[in-house]
Design a binder for this molecule. Structure first.
Ligand SMILES: [Fe+2]
Ligand SMILES: [Fe+2]
Length: 262
């Protein structure tokens, strides 16, 4: 059954941080690898607004249900970044505005190229491009939620576990919308299926790989997706992609692990 935008909007909102004691991290700091992963997640969550800028240049901006979703989605993702920033600050690290400003300055030229290629592709593909974006969004939200779950298990820190549980719950709302939209838009449009399959096969990369240094992507993929538990996550998400109309057999996550973990 198609997820309605009304049910998502009714639940959407600023991340609830009641009872999260960030000073716990001063008494019990996170292991270095967990902290490195959180830096990545902080930067990527805060980058969502730039992704939104590109999305609104495509035919997606003509669909009021999608723009309604995106308005709430970008707000929630920003607060995910802010919450993770508080964890970094509790470890004496820079977060929020100064960290993000430096990141954006370094990525300005690459961002411009991405934006122009998005406009060009959207003009060529029309509404099929919206199906691609919904599918891309579903896969990114699946991997983001799974990444938080792996970090929560691996870090073994009670306060982080509770914070990530609340973030993952909101990521679940994003999954519901993107996956529902992807399913019905692909299902009724063979052109969209072909376009999406081609784009995923040739262009899909793990969340954040367009803005984060390659060594950080490699670290994050290895840390979260290696070992038996990581392999379970990879297989689960690849099976979900298999279920989307016209997208079976792509093995995106398995391919990303082979490429980036190497
Ligand atoms: Fe998020
Ligand atoms: Fe999300």
């Amino acid at each position: 059954m198609k997820t309605t935008i009304d049910s998502y909007r009714a639940r959407a909102g600023k991340l609830n941080l009641d009872g999260i004691v960030f000073d716990d991290f001063k008494d019990q700091p996170l292991p270095p690898d967990a902290l490195r992963t959180l830096r990545y997640m902080h930067d990527v969550e805060h980058h969502t607004v730039c992704y939104l800028r590109d999305l609104l240049l495509t035919p997606a901006h003509q669909d009021p249900e999608i723009t309604s979703f995106l308005s709430c989605w970008v707000f929630e993702e920003m607060w995910h970044g802010e919450a993770i920033g508080q964890v970094l600050e509790a470890h004496g690290e820079q977060a929020g505005v100064p960290r993000i400003a430096a990141l954006r300055l370094g990525r300005r030229r690459r961002e411009a190229i991405t934006t122009f290629s998005t406009i060009g592709s959207a003009a060529f593909a029309g509404r099929a491009f919206v199906a691609l974006h919904m599918t891309w969004g579903a896969i990114n939200e699946w991997t983001t939620q799974a990444g938080y779950a792996r970090l929560s298990d691996t870090a073994g820190h009670a306060t982080l576990r509770e914070l990530l549980r609340r973030i993952m719950k909101q990521e679940g709302g994003h999954i519901d919308f993107y996956a529902s939209e992807a399913g019905h838009r692909l299902g009724e449009n063979p052109k969209a299926q072909k376009l999406t399959r081609f784009a995923l096969k040739h262009m899909w990369r793990p969340v954040g790989s367009g803005v984060m240094p390659k060594e950080e992507v490699g670290f994050m993929v290895t840390y979260l997706l290696s070992g038996d538990k990581g392999a379970d996550v990879v297989d689960r998400i690849d099976r979900r992609v298999d279920c989307l109309p016209g997208q079976d057999g792509l093995h995106l996550l398995r391919g990303a692990v082979e490429k980036f973990a190497a």
